[in-house]
Design a protein around this ligand. Structure first.
Ligand code: ARG
Length: 301
């Protein structure tokens, strides 16, 4: 810090800029979807954990919902289990589901919890089965056959959220001040397991809790007006602008489900949703505690 290229005044300004946000978000719940690239290196993992710990220490209630990162593929390969994909979704038969659940709940979840605890935070790991938190139902996919006819395909244990029971989250968060770390495994009515997209789970949990924010850590800087022009990032998008942006192909591909997830959360009462770059260390702090943020914020009109 001594030989920092910033003057003492500039460094103080960083903290002063953060002050109104620290005040505004005190006591507020922020759900963060953590996955993809932000899980790749130890340095990035540590940065995410430290951001979350800092949020907690300044009085916010962060909740982490995580994906599987590269670990699921790695273990399926090790056990020589092959996967088929339908519309980009893994067909999750029983042996695959076993691995998905073991890796997400037993390995990835506990590693995150352990890392937060080691860095001085207090985390508790949960999956959707704990306290009946995520009730799920089976998801079916539709594909077009050669004649253009739509057919329904069974993709196994891939699920969607039926209902979120917030009780367990609230009790560990409020009563004991823990940071909940959630694996996106849901339970069906008969106790069977479902693998659910982590963005969806994060959005639904944020909605059910009436969270202040939903933050999706992704593999891109945000939404660009012109993908070739890095300066054209759309810093704020209003929900009324989204249809047009989709028609114009500005919100496209993998961004569509993410934006839809934001819309659903906003409709459920979340105040602001943010799509930010998980590859950039401390992107959460840069988005939350600066005026301009660094990604794309999607908000109601
Ligand atoms: N820090 C403020 C917030 O979290 C503003 C963020 C603005 N972000 C943006 N991408 N325009 O509410």
């Amino acid at each position: 810090m001594q030989d920092s290229k910033y003057t003492p005044l500039e460094r103080a300004q960083v903290l002063i800029e953060a002050l109104p946000y620290i005040r505004r978000f005190h006591g507020k719940t922020v759900v963060i979807k953590y996955g993809g690239s932000a899980m790749l290196s130890d340095e990035l993992k540590k940065a995410v954990m430290n951001d979350v710990i800092l949020m907690k220490l300044v009085g916010m209630n962060p909740i982490l919902v995580h994906g599987g990162g590269p670990e699921i593929n790695h273990f399926l390969k090790r056990l020589d289990i092959k996967s088929e994909f339908v519309n980009g979704l893994r067909v999750t038969d029983e042996p695959t589901m076993e691995v998905v659940e073991m890796v997400l709940v037993g390995k990835v979840n506990k590693e995150i919890v352990a890392q937060i605890n080691r860095l001085g935070g207090h985390a508790v790991g949960l999956c959707g089965k704990d306290g009946q938190m995520i009730l799920a139902r089976k998801q079916y996919e539709w594909t077009k056959d050669a004649d253009g006819r739509e057919t329904m395909v069974d993709i196994g244990s891939v699920g969607e959220v039926e209902k979120i029971n917030t009780g367990i989250i609230e009790s560990i968060m409020e009563t004991n001040g823990y940071i909940p770390v959630i694996a996106p495994i849901g339970a069906g009515v008969n106790g069977e397991s479902y693998n659910i997209n982590a963005d969806l789970v994060a959005g639904e949990i944020a909605g059910a809790l009436g969270a202040e924010k939903l933050i999706l850590l992704t593999d891109v800087e945000g939404i660009f007006y012109d993908l070739q022009d890095k300066s054209s990032i759309l810093s704020v998008i209003k929900t009324s602008e989204i249809d047009q942006l989709m028609q114009d192909g500005i919100i496209a591909g993998g961004m569509i489900p993410k934006v839809k997830c934001c819309i659903r959360a906003l409709e459920a009462g979340v105040q602001g949703t943010h799509i930010i770059d998980g590859r950039l260390p401390h992107s959460i702090l840069l988005e939350l505690f600066t005026d301009k943020g660094i990604g794309t914020m999607v908000e109601k009109d």
